[in-house]
Design a protein around this ligand. Structure first.
Ligand SMILES: Cc1ncc(COP(=O)(O)O)c(C=O)c1O
Length: 481
C-alpha cells in the first residue's frame, strides 16, 4: 500500500483511486423499513434492492470495476470457438500463475462441480480434507459421492482472537488423514481468505506446508483462490517473512506449490466468471469434456468475452497492492470503530466483510430463535443496510433439538471493493452503536413453515419487536431517515 501519514488528523483508510461512475442510492423511512423486512420474511436474501441503502449482503460480483476493465470489455472477440479473448486471458493466467492450462467457467461453483466430477465421482466414498467448508464446494463433493473433513486449526474457530492466520490447517490432523487414508483422498482443498470463519487468511507458510504434505503422500493439492486477493494483502502485511516480497512473487510461490487452482471471478474482484488452472494435460483434457457438456465451448465456458477481458485486466489489479489493500483497510477501520464502541465482532478483522458476533450482541436470544438472523433484520431496520446472516438460517438444522448448532452465529456486513466510502462506514458505526445501546429491544424470529429449510426461506418475528424498535428509533432520531 502507498505509505501516507497524517499531520494532525486521525488516520483514515485512504483510497488510492478516484470514482468516475456513481449509482444513486436511497434510504426509506424506518417505518417503511419494518414493512420491507416483514414483506421479505425477515430474510435479507428476499429483499428488493430498491428498499436498501447500503447493500452489504455480499462482495460477490458487486465490486467496482476499474476504467481499464470497462474499457477492455469493448475489445472482446465475440465468437463461439477459438476467440482471441480466450488466448489473451490464457496468456495472462500463464503470466500470473505460471500454469499451462486454463478452463473458463461461468462462476466459482461451476469450477467446484467440474473438479468434483473429475476427481471425486470416479472414487465413490472418497474424502476431501479442507481447512474449512464452503457450502458450494462441499455440496458438489457430496453430490458426486464423496465427503469432506475439516482440518482448521483450533484457534480458527475462536471468534475473538489475536491469531493473524486463523485460516491455517492443523497440519498434524491433515498428515494423520493423509497417512491413514491417502488412497481414499480425492484432493486436499486449500481455501484462501477462509470465508465462513470471517474471511480469515491462511499464511503462506501454512499453504506451502500443506502443499508439501500433499506431495509427500501423492495427493492432489487444489487451491480455492476466490478470496486470494485479500489473503495476499494479509500475507504481505502480517507475515514478516514475506514483507519484502512483491505480491507477484507471493502469488508465484503459492501457485508453483499447488497442483490445481480455481477461483470465482465474482469474489476475486471482477463481475462474473470462474477459472480452473493446472499443468497436467491429461487432467485438463478430462475436465474439458465436462466444461464442454455443462458450461459452454471450452474457449468461453459460459462467460461472455466481455467478462473474460475484464478478468484479464483485473488480474493485474489483483497484483497491485494499492488496489487489494482497499477492502481489508476499510474492514479494519470499521472493526476498530466498532470495537471502540464495545460492539462484539470477530477479531482480528479479515477480508470481504465485517463480521458481528451475534451470540454476544444479543445474548438474550436463544440459538433456536436465530440470533444472527434476528440481528440482521434489526440492523436493516436501524440503518437501511442489508447484511448476511451466517448462522442457523444459512445452515438450517433438520432438527434443532437434535442437531448440534453450528460453530458461529455471525452477521456479515460485506464491504464490496471500492464501492462504499468512509462516511458510509461511519454512518454504519453510528447506527450499530445505537442498535447496541438498544439491543434489549431485539427479539427472535422463526421459520414460517416446518423444515427442512433453505437459507432463502421466509421467517416471522416472535413478537412485535420490530415495530417497538422502530418506535424507539423515531423517539431518538426524530425526523431522521
Ligand atoms: C471461498 C469461495 N469458494 C467458492 C465460492 C463460489 O463462488 P460463486 O459464488 O462464484 O459460485 C465462493 C462464493 O462466495 C467462495 O467464497
Amino acid at each position: 500500500m502507498s505509505k501516507v501519514t497524517y499531520y494532525r488528523r486521525k488516520p483514515l483508510p485512504l483510497e488510492m483511486h478516484k470514482v468516475c461512475i456513481v449509482q444513486k442510492t436511497n434510504i426509506i423511512p424506518v417505518e417503511e423499513r419494518v414493512k420491507a423486512i416483514r414483506k421479505a420474511g425477515f430474510n435479507t436474501y428476499r429483499m428488493e434492492s430498491k428498499d436498501i441503502y447500503l447493500d452489504m449482503l455480499t462482495d460477490s460480483g458487486v465490486n467496482a470495476m476499474t476504467n481499464e476493465q470497462l474499457g477492455a470489455m469493448m475489445i472482446g472477440d465475440d465468437c463461439y470457438a477459438g476467440s482471441q479473448t480466450y488466448y489473451r486471458l490464457a496468456d495472462k493466467i500463464k503470466e500470473v500463475f505460471n500454469k499451462d492450462y486454463f478452463l473458463p467457467v461461468h462462476q466459482g461453483r461451476a469450477c467446484e462441480y467440474m473438479l468434483a466430477l473429475a476427481y471425486v465421482k470416479p472414487k465413490p466414498g472418497s474424502i476431501v480434507p479442507m481447512n474449512f467448508q464452503f457450502g458450494t464446494s462441499v455440496g458438489k463433493i457430496q453430490y458426486c459421492g464423496g465427503d469432506y473433513v475439516i482440518c482448521i486449526k483450533e484457534e480458527g474457530l475462536n471468534r475473538q482472537s489475536s491469531d493473524l492466520f486463523k485460516g491455517d490447517f492443523d497440519l498434524e490432523k491433515l498428515e494423520r488423514i493423509l497417512k491413514e487414508q491417502g488412497d481414499n483422498v480425492a484432493f486436499v482443498r486449500i481455501e484462501s481468505g477462509t470465508n465462513l470463519i470471517g474471511g480469515q487468511p491462511i499464511s503462506l507458510d501454512n499453504m506451502l506446508a500443506t502443499a508439501a504434505l500433499c506431495k509427500k503422500y501423492g495427493v492432489r493439492s487444489v487451491l480455492d483462490a476466490s478470496l486470494l486477493q485479500d489473503n495476499l494483502h494479509f500475507i504481505k502485511t502480517r507475515e514478516d517473512k514475506y514483507k519484502n516480497s512483491s505480491i507477484r512473487e507471493i502469488v508465484r510461490l503459492i501457485s508453483d506449490a499447488m497442483d490445481v487452482i480455481y477461483f470465482s471471478a465474482r469474489k476475486l474482484g471482477f463481475g462474473r466468471g470462474g477459472a480452473i488452472i493446472l499443468n497436467n494435460i491429461e487432467e485438463f483434457e478430462y475436465i474439458k469434456t465436462f466444461v464442454a457438456s455443462f458450461e459452454g465451448f471450452p474457449t468461453f465456458g459460459g462467460m461472455s468475452v466481455k467478462e473474460m477481458e475484464a478478468i484479464r485486466v483485473g488480474l493485474d489489479d489483483t497484483l497491485d497492492e494499492d488496489i487489494i489493500a482497499q477492502g481489508p483497510m476499510f474492514i479494519e477501520y470499521f472493526a476498530q470503530e466498532l470495537e471502540a464502541a464495545g460492539i462484539p465482532i470477530v477479531t482480528p478483522p479479515g477480508g470481504l466483510g465485517l463480521h458481528i458476533d451475534a451470540m454476544k450482541f444479543v445474548p438474550h436470544i436463544k440459538r433456536s430463535d436465530l440470533p444472527a438472523g434476528s440481528l440482521a433484520a434489526a440492523i436493516y431496520i436501524a440503518s437501511g443496510a442489508r447484511g448476511m446472516e451466517r448462522g442457523g438460517i444459512d445452515e438450517p438444522w433438520a432438527n434443532p433439538e437434535v442437531e448440534p448448532y453450528g460453530a458461529m452465529e455471525l452477521v456479515r456486513l460485506a464491504v464490496p471493493r471500492r464501492v462504499y466510502t468512509v462516511s458510509q462506514i461511519n454512518y454504519m458505526v453510528d447506527r450499530l452503536t445505537w442498535l447496541y445501546d438498544n439491543r434489549d429491544l431485539i427479539g427472535g424470529i422463526h421459520f414460517e413453515t416446518e423444515g427442512p429449510h433453505q437459507f432463502y426461506d421466509a421467517l416471522e418475528s416472535n413478537s412485535d419487536w420490530p415495530e417497538k424498535l422502530a418506535a424507539k428509533f423515531r423517539e431518538d432520531f426524530g425526523e431522521s431517515l
